[in-house]
Ligand binder design. Structure first.
Ligand code: SF4
Length: 147
């Protein structure tokens, strides 16, 4: 079976992030990476969107593709930032069209503290966001382990 090669793009609001939660969840196959639980998967790229409105997304997937990327993951920060990234739908159409790569929403499980605040704010109340958070919702115990 073809090896999964993951490129991660993070929201620039968290540009100093060292990727700890993303790498942990890739190793443990948690959150969005649970979809690879029976697959060999490796990280081949990690960068930020470049800051609003995400100019680096025009180019970064191409560089990741040259390094073998098969899947581009938008880090969970896209979903849990205040507000969630308003450009996700556009990026998710652009990347497959331009580079032929599959886009996945999220990386590590949503941390419980973000989950609770967004639930109280009702900030995931669109059909798009309801769908987009599914891979990283996990369960409460797992979310707490990412707080
Ligand atoms: S909100 Fe979206 S475009 Fe803005 S910095 Fe975050 S990921 Fe990039």
């Amino acid at each position: 079976m073809e090896k999964i090669k993951v490129g991660i793009i993070i929201c620039d609001r968290y540009h100093t992030c060292a990727g700890g939660k993303c790498l942990k969840s890739l190793k443990n196959r948690e959150g969005a990476f649970e979809m690879y639980k029976d697959r060999d998967a490796e990280l081949v790229g990690f960068t930020t969107c470049g800051g609003c409105p995400g100019g680096n997304i025009e180019y970064a997937p191409g560089e990741m593709k040259k390094n073998g990327a098969t899947h581009i993951h938008f880090a969970t920060g896209f979903l849990v930032g205040y507000p969630p990234c308003p450009y996700m739908e556009h990026f998710a159409k652009f990347i497959p069209e331009k580079y032929g790569l599959q886009v996945v929403f999220g990386t590590h499980p949503i941390p419980q503290k973000y989950y609770l605040t967004h639930k109280n704010l009702d900030s995931w109340n669109t059909p798009f966001l309801q769908q987009a958070i599914q891979p990283t919702l996990s369960n409460e115990k797992t979310r707490l382990s990412y707080d």
